[in-house]
Every structure is written in structure tokens, then in C-alpha cells.
Ligand binder design. Structure first.
Ligand code: IPM
Ligand code: MN
Length: 357
């Protein structure tokens, strides 16, 4: 089979980590008899510099014409002073919206060989952690109406959180499907003690699950309590579903708890099989271009693409096994390095993984 993959390297370490992932994809293709062709397209700050916009039309068209999309990261100090609508981040939000990717799945998993990297006490993480956050991605306050004005001589600004029943139901379906494949337990996070939109979220989650997935047990947790529970007892969670902004915040927290944000990938999907796959971490401009970044999250993102967009589960498994092997052999990039391990750069890490596929 031939697969056309759009590659959006973006900014900072984006290009180096994407290069590592493409190398691994190429090797996997050779091994399993697939042809992956890559079309590189600009996004974020790199697109602003070259084309004056964080998301050129031809990038959107290229993504929509592809079988799936791999993204590095966007943003950097250089563009931090730009107004909201022309920032690099707008490119990422725009491509999510243009591709209709309402479902963002962010697994925060503690890698056994890296358990010592967790900032939590070892008794809290000894049984492993795997929290799968299902984040609604193209609704809520990120895309609600916003504005600025002046009142009584003072400037003000506002954003709106708005969710409709169909928007909640479609993310409920994704979360319930995932829960059915796992422990049949779903935690839904909201702020229903204060927000009207959360009250609709909560009611809809329960009604939808009861009607279509009666075996799934839905438990509600308020977002402030959730923030606390993630550090208090992360092992209690399996599948968690939440809104765009709560998912943004909680997924960083859950990732940090695993101690290895450089190891975590995410998928964003809509109704079809074309998705966008990216590492959870950002563009890390402070270490860009030094060949010290960890390419594993992006390599895992590429592996998720094979599994979730192309139904290539064996290929996914081969990449994950190669990563585990490299870690077991003691190779580490700087972010996950501990004494006694072998420190390697971004390029070498990708090569080591390739060699074990
Ligand atoms: C993320 C990022 C983005 C978000 C930014 C870069 C727009 O933080 O993917 O979590 O807030 O969604
Ligand atoms: Mn984020």
C-alpha cells in the first residue's frame, strides 16, 4: 500500500524531531512492504516568516489531500509579541478546525524504565500510570466568540465557553468507545458547580452513555478536584473525557506526572480516518538546532498514525517494541537521562530505534 503523509515540521525542535520520525517510518515501510510518501508543508512561525501567515491555504489543502498528517511543534519567542490572530498557535488551531478534528486523545503513560523520572513518590507510581485523556478539540472557549472593548474608561476583554449537545455527544462517543476497549470506566471532568456549559456537558455525557453504552460507568469529577487527584493518586484513572480548555491543562499535568513529556504523543481525529498526530510537548526553542531534543514522542505519534489512521497494528507494535528495546539498553536523550545511562542526541536516538525495527 501507498500512503501520502503531510508533514508539518513547524518551529523550534519541530524539524529535527520530525526528521527522526520520518526515518523510522521509512524503515518501517521497508520492513513491512509499504510506501510512505511525505509532503512537507509550512505551519506556525516558519510559515509566518516565509508566507506572512501561520497557516497558508496550500498547507490546509495539502493536509486535506493527504492520508494523514504528522506535526512537529509550533511557536517560539520570536513570534510571542504578535497579536492573537497572527500567532503561530493560530496555525495549529486553524488546521485542527479545518480538518474537523474534534477528538484529541492524549495518553499519559509511565514508561517502566523511566519510573524514576516521575516527580511523584515511588509508592504512588509503582503500579504504573496510564491516563488517557480524551480532549474535545474544536469547540469551547478556544473557538467561542471573543472580543475587547472599553467601559468606564477601562479596557476589557472576553472569551466564551459554549458547547452544544451534538458537540458533547460526538466526543462522548469517542470516549465511550475507548472505555469499552479498556476498563469500561469513564471519568468526565467539568466545572458543573459553576458553569452552565458544564451542566449541559455533564447531563449529556450521562444521557449519551446510558443510551448507547450502558456498560460504561461514568463518574463526574470537578476540574479543580481532578487537578489535585492527578498528583495525589494518578493510578486511579483510566479514560478521562473533558472540554478543550480543561483537557489542555490536565493533559500537561498528567504528562508531567509521568516524568517524561518528551515521550508522549497524541492523536487528533474527526469522523474519517485522516488525523493529525503530534508530540504532546512544545517547540522548545531554547534547545532547537542542537541535536539534543528527544524524538521519541514524535516517533510514537507516527506509530499512532499507522495504527489509528491506517489500521497497521503490527507496524505500530514494532515501533513501540523498538523504543522499549532502546530504553532497556540504557540509551537516553538529555531530558530523560539519569546516571549510568548512555546519553545520545536526537539523530542518534532515531537511528537506534530504526536499527531495532
Ligand atoms: C496543545 C497546545 C495548543 C493548545 C496551543 C499551542 C495552541 O498547548 O496542543 O496542548 O492549547 O491546544
Ligand atoms: Mn497544551
Amino acid at each position: 500500500m501507498k500512503y501520502n503523509i503531510a508533514v508539518l515540521p513547524g518551529d523550534g525542535i519541530g524539524p529535527e524531531i520530525c526528521a527522526g520520525a520520518l526515518k523510522v517510518l521509512k524503515k518501517t515501510g521497508e520492513k513491512f512492504g509499504h510506501e510512505f510518501s511525505f509532503t512537507e508543508l509550512p505551519i506556525g512561525g516558519a510559515a509566518i516568516d516565509a508566507y506572512g501567515t501561520p497557516l497558508p491555504d496550500f498547507t490546509v489543502e495539502g493536509c486535506l489531500a493527504s492520508d494523514s498528517v504528522l506535526l512537529g511543534a509550533v511557536g517560539g519567542y520570536k513570534w510571542d509579541k504578535l497579536p492573537g490572530d497572527s500567532r503561530p498557535e493560530k496555525g495549529l488551531l486553524g488546521i485542527r478546525k479545518a480538518m474537523g478534528l474534534y477528538s484529541n486523545i492524549r495518553p499519559a503513560k509511565l514508561w517502566k524504565s523511566l519510573a524514576a523520572a516521575s516527580p511523584l513518590k515511588s509508592e504512588l507510581v509503582k503500579d504504573g500510570i496510564e491516563i488517557i485523556i480524551v480532549r474535545e478539540l474544536i469547540g469551547g472557549i478556544y473557538f467561542g466568540e471573543r472580543g475587547r472593548g472599553e467601559e468606564n474608561g477601562f479596557e476589557y476583554a472576553w472569551d466564551t465557553e459554549k458547547y452544544s449537545v451534538p458537540e458533547i455527544e460526538r466526543i462522548a462517543r469517542i470516549a465511550c468507545e475507548l472505555a469499552m476497549k479498556r476498563g469500561k470506566k469513564l471519568v468526565s471532568v467539568d466545572k458543573a458547580n459553576v458553569l452552565e456549559s458544564s451542566r449541559l456537558w455533564r447531563r449529556t455525557m450521562h444521557e449519551y452513555a446510558a443510551k448507547h453504552y450502558p456498560e460504561v460507568q461514568v463518574t463526574d469529577v470537578l476540574v479543580d478536584n481532578m487537578a489535585m487527584q492527578i498528583v495525589k493518586n494518578p493510578a486511579q484513572f483510566d479514560v478521562v473525557v473533558t472540554s478543550n480548555i480543561f483537557g489542555d491543562i490536565l493533559s500537561d499535568e498528567a504528562a508531567q506526572v509521568t516524568g517524561s513529556i518528551g515521550m508522549l504523543a497524541s492523536s487528533s481525529l474527526g469522523d474519517g480516518t485522516r488525523g493529525l498526530y503530534e508530540p504532546i510537548h512544545g517547540s522548545a526553542p531554547d534547545i532547537a538546532g542542537q541535536d539534543v531534543a528527544n524524538p521519541i514522542a514524535t516517533i510514537l505519534a507516527a506509530a499512532m498514525m499507522l495504527r489509528d489512521s491506517f489500521s497497521l497494528s503490527a507496524e505500530y507494535g514494532a515501533i513501540v517494541a523498538a523504543i522499549e528495546k532502546v530504553l532497556d539498553e540504557g540509551y537516553r536523550t538529555a531530558d530523560i537521562y539519569s546516571e549510568g545511562c548512555k546519553k545520545v542526541g536526537c539523530r542518534e536516538m532515531a537511528q537506534l530505534i530504526c536499527d531495532r525495527i
